[in-house]
Design a protein around this ligand. Sequence first.
Ligand code: ATP
Length: 136
Amino acid sequence: MENKILLEIVTPYGSVFSDQVDEFSATGSEGEFGVLPGHAPFLTTLKIGMLTYKKGQETGFFFVNSGYAEIGPDKATILADSAERAEDIDIERAKAAMKRAEERMKQAEKIDFARATAAIQRATIRVQVAEKKGSK
Ligand code: ATP
């Protein structure tokens, strides 16, 4: 399709999004990047962050939990450990996950800091993304 790019967001839990969009941006390991139709092919790792797309007047926001992005001129695939649309994020669940991870952090010797830190990052970004409202 001319001037559109097929954006697919896939997780082990299933397909989260698949649609032709005008543009999107995501959070790569090296920072945020934007993609328009016709983009040169590239592959990048993703860190816990936000993905935003535009399709006409429609704007959407997703939480994306790490993974890979494979970009081609007319198709982009986001393979993430988990991902949710802003409207589908359960803020109370994210806050509860954050609280659990913070409690684990206090048990200094016993814990896996990298794991607890990642859980806090996921919860923090989920709450930020949930506060964004998409438009149709
Ligand atoms: P939790 O400890 O609450 O499970 P988590 O960060 O460990 O949080 P993930 O491993 O990222 O969870 O995701 C597991 C599944 O639960 C995925 O399908 C993900 O989309 C979903 N999920 C996790 N947290 C939320 C949330 N706050 N709102 C909606 N879906 C969520």
